[in-house]
Design a protein around this ligand. Sequence first.
Ligand SMILES: [Zn+2]
Length: 285
Amino acid sequence: MPEMPEVEVVRRQLESHILHKEIESIELLHPKITRKNPEFREALVGDTFIAITRIGKLLTFQFKHYHGFMLGHLKMTGQFIYADNQGQIGGGHSLTKADFNLPHKHTRVIFHFKGNSTLYFNDMRLFAYLQLVTPDEKESIWAGYGIEPGTENYTWENFEKIFDRRKTSIKALLLNQKVVSGLGNIYVDEACYRAKVLPFRTVDTLKKSEKKELFKHCSEVMMESIARGGTTFYQVISPDGKKGNFSDELEVFDRAGQPCYKCGNIISKIKHAGRGTHFCSTCQK
Ligand SMILES: [Zn+2]
């Protein structure tokens, strides 16, 4: 499942490929993806994408003429793949060999641009969506997200407030997208390791110095992952052909049973907050 850094990488790829290209036609191959909106095609054909923004894992597309927005969420298996007018795959993620032969059975929406380039939206599981919303709907959906690393609302002042009057665990709090937007399972485990706190501790036991460490590392781990193109187990191929490789940097996630890089103790894995949770019981308190 893509996490925020992977979605940010996708956003940047799309930005470099599809902006200012006129949509000549749209093929809707599965109605569920567009939430069965009968006006989807009519609303966008002849228009152009002019901006792509993101909050958490939600991509938001803006158009030259259409007054609303298109929200795009990859959920578990959603995938955007761009092909230029020679059919060369210029951007996409989680690519397998089959994806070089498009469209295929999981292709759900196809945008054909003037000049013969194409954007394919594939989704195996059918949880992903491309949904048209009004500006008001977009505003209220965006308002539901918490402070996000890498944006201006991610300040120490705002971060410190998220712990007020809460008795939940560190991990549950940081995974709550209404509180902190963008952090997923992998990155919460990594941030807790770097901050030397056990993810299942309740937040009211945190010292100020520990909160400060979490503030710093939640942001750093996300920014490093974006810079590295995301994680390889969710394979990302950027326009320059590089594969995502943040998995090389993971210190606890997916390392259960292996020795801690800092102390040699064996990394543990438990289920916490409904998720596989990795930690070093020596390095983290
Ligand atoms: Zn350790």
